[in-house]
Design a protein around this ligand. Sequence first.
Ligand code: SF4
Length: 684
Amino acid sequence: KMRKWEVEKKVKTTCAYCGVGCQIDLLVKDNEVVGVEPNYSSTNKDLLCVKGKFAYGFINHKDRLKKPLIKKNGVFEEASWEEAYSLITEKMKGIKNKYGSKSFAGLSSARVTNEENYLFQKMVRAYMGNNNVDHCARLCHASTVAGLATTLGSGAMTNSNLELLDSDVIFITGSNTTETHPVLGAFVKQAKNRGAKIIVADPRRIPLAYKADVYLPLKPGTNVALFNGIMNVIIEEDLQDSEYIARATENYEDLKEVVKTYTPEYAGSICGVDPDEIRKAARIYAEGAKSSILYSMGVTQHTTGTQGVMSLSNLALLTGNIGKESSGVNPLRGQNNVQGACDMGALPGDYPGYQKVYDEDIKRKFESGWGKELSSQAGLTLTEIINDCGKGEIRFLYIMGENPMLSDPDLTHVEESLINTEFLVVQDIFMTETAQHADVVLPAATFAEKDGTFTNSERRVQRVRKAIEPIGESKPDWEILTEIMRRLGMNERYENPRAIFDELAGLTPQYKGMNYDRIEEEGLQWPCIDENHPGTRYLHKDAPVRGKGLFKPADYMSSYENSDKEYPYILTTGRILYHYHTRTMTGKIEGLNNLYPNSFVEINPTTASRLKINDGELIRVISRRGEVKTTAFVTDDIQEDVVFIPFHFTDGAANRLTHTELDPVAKIPEFKVSAVRLEKIMKE
Ligand code: SF4
């Protein structure tokens, strides 16, 4: 709508949607973002997806929170920052004095900058004196962080975005890449056009499955059996990289022992996949000179999520696909800064840089850096925090930029916890489903109104630049946190995000060699250990970070909930291209809402015809936790006994149906497998 010559300025920054981390120019006129253009970079070349290019209207949207709100007698009233700050800090001090440090917990955010995540965890740890800080990585890649740290020594994407273009084989499993990481999806297609072979394993026939050389339509929850079956073929047919195994790994005999029973026939009987297709996939993957694995929440969001991740790591180690270009194990991180939030220690067991809270030397380092006594006891995870609120020790919950009232499993349970929490602060850009339950709501600025850094999925730390002044009285999260910490007596004085970055880089080994000047142009990929270090395009080059790559085999274990007579279908949840997470931002974009205004449930035509359900009909989906009404979308891209609901929407919210059972290691919920039944809605 704006002609090019009318634009006042272009400001280079980083897309605030997904973890690809595309570089963009914001086009600005009269303190309004009026357009977005790609800015050529090593992250995205000159590509952008529909969200990055067109979904900027939330920034200047009329519904933005513009003033602090305090709830009085159940109704929000506008308040001054002074009133809001005073109330919050009095409550924090009061609750700490009365009930002790364990009465406080904080949920940090994968949406805000590294600097802001660093400050948030510092506030919880240094002022409240506990480690009850976590964020939504617990819901997406906690099993990656735990699994890859165990097997390789680093829980991040091993390789880089552009390296995909030179892969010989790309194995995509549990990632609907073209919809959730669209620019990477485009790179996969470009690699395919160049001659790369594509393997897709997914319960849904996702768009990339149509381009695949092999498509493995496995049943939800059977990843470990499938990966074991692939490894069985590789070992049986002597396709493993014996030289790499001998040189760079340990525990190979255990792996052989476990996978030997997973013949393609046996694995196929568990996964529902043709054994010959398992053989074909194994041969293609093992014979590629550079085979890359891309995975996401179809692998991680299970009660066996950590085992699924470690099985993929086994597969890459078995074939020597670790420590070289265009290969590796590549978890695609969902949100713009979920990698950074993890790096910054918004995790209950880790200080910034994955330094453990129980390590006494590390604790002393942070105590001397922050001048406060710290706790060596790991805090509660996000899922445990929600369980505890209103029932256990936690009385004060501070949520920055998260929306558990849509994103967490079993929403009825989440709602109960939030209602029963004695004091709830929510800091966000809009009045979210979660903010409605708060005692105080603080209006935060968007990425376009502040400086800072995001770290994308390929570990690249990139600049976020202020393009416009904050809308209304909203403030950047770092300013809000700095003021709260000052009022808590922490004596923090940060002039700007650059100063925060310099402090965090000094305490985070992977970021030690970075500063704003060095990342001005292109960003740098961690680890970057000193000021002359060029950053790291791919990890584990000379040897895995932990010394030797560890084979950690596992047997297949069934999901927590299986279909039965009463609930005969498996619900699996996920995302679509046109919406982002809980729609806090994309829900404000008219064009996207016109395309996808409502929730829907994908149903196979055979199932639909058996239940006499028509395409477009409103139906009821029911689990042991609750029920939703949503629209049937009949498609043979989904298996007969599986249904799919995107989790973005408030009405027909998929997470009314999911359960809270966790992976015992990573404490991640099993969003991908819940038993449900479908019912027609009878007309009166
Ligand atoms: Fe933004 Fe991700 Fe789209 Fe790139 S691929 S433009 S980072 S949403």
